[in-house]
Design a protein around this ligand. Structure first.
Ligand SMILES: CCCCC/C=C\C/C=C\C/C=C\C/C=C\CCCC(=O)SCCNC(=O)CCNC(=O)[C@H](O)C(C)(C)COP(=O)(O)OP(=O)(O)OC[C@H]1O[C@@H](n2cnc3c(N)ncnc32)[C@H](O)[C@@H]1OP(=O)(O)O
Length: 218
């Protein structure tokens, strides 16, 4: 969906099968994480054994993942090095990432996700720090889409209006409010069941241009 990910069009020195394997193992790690928090005793042992078998199966039979197309195949940077998409919110091969579906870019940027147990703070509710992570990421994408360079989060204010639920689909939305020189102001919200649960406003600043005329990030 996002052309932010298309950092280079040259072929990556990793086969499509390798990328698919990495994304598959990340998926197994996520299931394992949920299992570790959910199960005890014999059920825990069964979950661990089943997921270990899943990884063994994929390693022993290269054809096993034949039908999987990697969501984020690796890209190369301008020096020809692999540029891995590691984002802890969106990356398919980072087990820390849920990962979210990137629904739209443009005037409004939107992610969707249903979060499992490993993101729990209070019972059945999303941890407040992760509420901030989601909003930071979606607002950053809105800012990135509206500007030519890379900006960094300088300020983020989160208002927790009601608990953000686990186990149901969330809409995470961000938009730019105002741009002024190196500064871009953005706002957004997390919506569950049609209700706004949390809002954020923030400021993103593009680093000062370096003396050689290039920005210091991106
Ligand atoms: C994160 C980008 C990585 C690169 C990505 C590359 C490729 C993209 C591909 C995939 C990307 C995938 C994922 C990325 C997704 C999400 C990332 C989420 C975003 C983050 O997670 S990012 C990490 C956390 N973030 C930081 O780690 C920043 C640490 N920080 C700094 O690095 C500096 O802080 C900096 C550089 C931000 C600014 O430094 P600076 O020295 O240039 O700033 P300075 O003080 O000069 O202020 C400039 C003007 O802003 C005014 N100003 C200041 N504060 C204000 C306020 N509160 N209200 C109103 N105005 C204010 C001043 O008054 C002045 O205004 P004026 O110019 O008019 O005088």
């Amino acid at each position: 969906m996002s052309d932010l990910l298309d950092v280079d069009s040259r072929p990556a020195p990793e086969s499509s099968e390798d990328s698919a394997l990495a994304e598959y193992v990340a998926e197994v790690c996520r299931r394992l994480s949920a299992g570790l928090l959910r199960e005890t005793g014999d059920d825990l042992r069964s979950v661990v054994a089943a997921e270990v078998r899943s990884v063994q199966w994929a390693l022993e039979d290269p054809a096993a993942l034949r039908d999987r197309v990697p969501v984020h195949p690796p890209r190369l940077d301008h020096r020809g090095r692999v540029r891995m998409f590691t984002n802890p919110v969106l990356s398919q091969r980072n087990p820390l990432a849920p990962p979210l579906t990137h629904v739209s870019d443009g005037d409004e940027c939107e992610f969707r996700v249903t979060l499992p147990l490993q993101y729990q703070g209070p019972r059945n509710m999303l941890h407040g720090g992760y509420v901030g992570v989601l909003l930071d990421d979606v607002l950053w994408y809105a800012v990135r889409h509206a500007s030519t360079g890379i900006s960094f989060t300088r300020e983020l204010t989160v208002t927790y209006e009601r608990p953000v639920p686990l186990f149901e689909e969330l809409r995470i939305v961000g938009r730019v409010v105002e741009a002024e020189g190196r500064k871009t102001f953005a706002e957004g919200e997390i919506v569950a069941g049609g209700q706004v649960c949390a809002r954020a406003t923030g400021l993103w600043i593009a680093p000062k241009p370096r003396r050689d005329g290039h920005g210091s990030a991106g």
